[in-house]
Design a protein around this ligand. Sequence first.
Ligand SMILES: CC(=O)SCCNC(=O)CCNC(=O)[C@H](O)C(C)(C)COP(=O)(O)OP(=O)(O)OC[C@H]1O[C@@H](n2cnc3c(N)ncnc32)[C@H](O)[C@@H]1OP(=O)(O)O
Ligand SMILES: O=CC(=O)O
Ligand SMILES: [Mg+2]
Length: 708
Amino acid sequence: MTATSDGMIDKAGLRVAAPLARFLEDQALPGTGVDPSAFWSGMADIYARFAPENRDLLARRDALQAKIDAWYGALGGRPVDPDAQARFLREIGYLVEEPAPFVATSIRVDDEVARLAGPQLVVPILNARFVLNAANARWGSLYDALYGTDVIPGTPSGRGYDPDRGAQVIAWAKAFLDSSVPLATGSWTDWDGSPPVLAQPDQLRGHAGSTILLRHNGLHIELVIDRDHPIGASDPAGLADVRLESALTTIVDLEDSVAAVDADDKVAAYANWLGLMKGDLEAQFDKGGRTLTRSLEDDRRYTAQDGSEIVLPGRSLLFVRNVGHLMTTPAIHLPDGTEAPEGILDGIVTALIALHDLNGTGRFRNSREGSIYIVKPKMHGPDEAGFTNRLFDAVEDLLGLDRHTIKVGVMDEERRTSANLAACIAAVKDRIVFINTGFLDRTGDEMHTAMRAGPMIRKSEMKASAWIAAYEDRNVQIGLACGLSGRAQIGKGMWAAPDRMADMLDQKIAHPMTGANTAWVPSPTAATLHATHYHRVDVFARQAARQSEPVTPLEKLLTIPLAHGHNWSLDEIRDELENNAQGILGYVVRWIDQGVGCSKVPDIHDIGLMEDRATLRISSQHMANWMLHGIATPAEVDAAFVKMAAKVDAQNASDPHYRPMAGPAATSLAYRAARALVFEGLDQPNGYTEPLLHRFRQEAKAAQTGNS
Ligand SMILES: CC(=O)SCCNC(=O)CCNC(=O)[C@H](O)C(C)(C)COP(=O)(O)OP(=O)(O)OC[C@H]1O[C@@H](n2cnc3c(N)ncnc32)[C@H](O)[C@@H]1OP(=O)(O)O
Ligand SMILES: O=CC(=O)O
Ligand SMILES: [Mg+2]
């Protein structure tokens, strides 16, 4: 394989970056049974068929947005008449006819997706250490999750184990056992370790050595009995830990939590997915002064009550989130010299790599049903969902897969998708495995779509607004009406405050209560804690109860979160600007300078928030909206950026790789990127942040290479 001077290699008329071509031919293709030359010509054919349509779909987004901008703009600040708005949106084809009633028909869907209810973890694909941790987060220690978080108030005292805190952990866990797997008589607190007799004897499933296996609401619980362990030694039953089945599924993310802007980045990401599918991914890292090696956990084996063997998965069932339809990648150039749509590349390559799992040649099985699980984000309406469906047909043909082997999880995170959700599901009805309310992107799209209608309410008020309640309700109601119960996940969004686990335990139980059989968590610890909610709530009973509920009217969904008659004080306006600016800068600086796509960034109240591209979309669109409507002047926005740049610099002072932003602004690419996201925010397609992030990151990488 010889590359020309531009580092590209000709493959069936495509120009492919050498690192990508080598990765595919040397690592991904061998063992799949797919012939390399057939692969390249098949890929070229898919691009020839789908790239023009991809471009047309994006042009349609822009055309619709231009009409919507003009319509809201013509109102001149007058209130939106809901009937007129719906008529207009129908006329321009933004709203489509509801499809005739139908049910989804996806088959060969694993139990974790179709028949169980539990947490869904998301993990940035570029971080192998986290990726492995996520895959292994199928099981988590409840004792550790409680001890290490604010669920137990205060912080551990002293250097070693804090026995008072430990006692609170044990009391919490035993109360949890009393409510989920009660003993026939008495409390787990008084249990002495004799063979437990449960109120519901079939909850006792078996044992592995002295470890006892229980099951409730489909989820397993391990009681770890070890009288030699420091905790077990002081427990009347020798109980050293309670381990919970936690992240049933994990989304390995190629999208909003990573910074992947060129062929090298894409190859690094695909290599981690390959390691997962082959089962040989490993990561070595230093922790607490020790070098640790992390790899995938084995399945777990137990002896059932009747003496037979029970084998339970040791790893979370993995999905991979591809990028959406928007971006192109410099990793491949089409015959006309333009960059190739990145989402098409992701579809082809991530499915190709999953063949290692399907063929059973890896160390473990991911899907026992022989499916490939791809999450498709940021689709706008049924035409785009239909495009994905046909693209996946074509990928299946290229790879010799049965039709609908590739499953799709649809992120319900753009307004045109929420408003036409049944039609979107219909477009992928033979392969759908989830609809998830990605409320973060959805909030960004709410603001961008209705940008010209007026100033938006404050960011913190968004979650309580009418449209979002309608959006969350309709997603469940429509999902149930389309027959997703027992076939697919109805999913809820991310808990974006990774350190506030007490609040999460308090509030996130609302997700299963809605009938959602999964919801997103940011970390394995959060997965273990959120798993307790699925013991407290019987989600499938909740689904049955909501099955015949009427669908919340579309009109409510289309209620724009405008700040009618706002009277914010100058302090409130400054706080809002500074909070947004801090989040933007804190996130963007690591993205641009270090290629970190997901960060924990303190907000103005010093609460560490998970920031990714979707939260960035919200903050940047919010500032752009307030500037457009004169709530803040450009000078005030700039003042917020200047002040917060100094603050973010101080917050990162201990990071040796950090490059300060404060001072002469022009010297920091990250600062310029952050500012551009707001000042050029109105012109960004649908308010997305990727085009600017990619441009500045590519510049930063070029500068770093030049300097090295
Ligand atoms: C809108 C959307 O699209 S949401 C979806 C995209 N967002 C995400 O994927 C968020 C995923 N979460 C994360 O990336 C991280 O939790 C962050 C960036 C929010 C916080 O990261 P950090 O500040 O490094 O976390 P923190 O220091 O508290 O914990 C690190 C430990 O937790 C583990 N951890 C944290 N998050 C995860 C995760 N998502 N998956 C697996 N392990 C994780 C790490 O492996 C590490 O443990 P280790 O030292 O044993 O390896
Ligand atoms: O992808 C998730 C979101 O909330 O956006
Ligand atoms: Mg999203």
